[in-house]
Design a protein around this ligand. Structure first.
Ligand SMILES: [Zn+2]
Length: 184
């Protein structure tokens, strides 16, 4: 099964030498249901500088390629910071304190309670019983440190930097206005 597409709009690209086209797409079987729009940049020059992005409703919009790359760099910074936290001696120390505290729990119920309050697990007790494993990551370091009463200024500093990186990453990429009615 494939996709049916119909061009529903074409407008001038930003340099004026080509077009931006919007296709209405639907699955090519009779019980297919919904449709969605896809946009493409039909200009060699503009496709170097611009890209099509889709929002959470799967609607297309035009964005700058440089903004997309800047966003990727921000995401990388955030991932790198998580790795930096996890590689630190403070985190490794906290991890061994956590592992010991979990082992010292008398029941699985107590383990689940500890892991939940440390922010490491968010699943139900039933789920934990079926699969009593946990993965401690740099994302949970600060909450776990507080729960286990471990003081670490360096961990706090890195967690604050992680939060800054997360906030920067969440800023939306601006939409490039085209005047086309099927582009956001
Ligand atoms: Zn162009």
């Amino acid at each position: 099964m494939g996709t049916d597409r119909d061009e529903i709009e074409a407008g001038p690209c930003l340099c004026g030498n080509g077009l931006i086209r919007v296709d209405r797409c639907s699955p090519d079987h009779p019980w297919g249901g919904g449709y969605w729009n896809e946009a493409r940049i039909d200009c060699a020059e503009c496709s170097q500088s611009y890209a099509v992005a889709y929002n959470e409703k799967n609607e297309p919009r035009l964005v700058k390629q440089s903004d997309v790359e800047a966003q990727k760099a921000l995401e990388k910074k955030w991932h790198d910071k998580i790795r930096e936290i996890e590689a630190s001696a403070e985190f490794q120390n906290l991890k061994s304190i956590l592992d010991k505290a979990v082992s010292a729990c008398k029941t699985k119920k107590d383990q689940h309670r500890l892991l939940t309050s440390a922010g490491i697990t968010s699943g139900s007790y039933q789920t934990y019983l079926k699969n009593p494993h946990y993965r401690f990551t740099g994302l949970d370091a600060l909450k776990a440190a507080a729960t286990l009463s471990v003081k670490s200024p360096n961990l706090e500093k890195m967690a604050a930097e992680l939060e800054t990186a997360r906030a920067a990453m969440r800023v939306d990429i601006p939409t490039v206005k085209t005047g086309m009615k099927n582009l956001e």
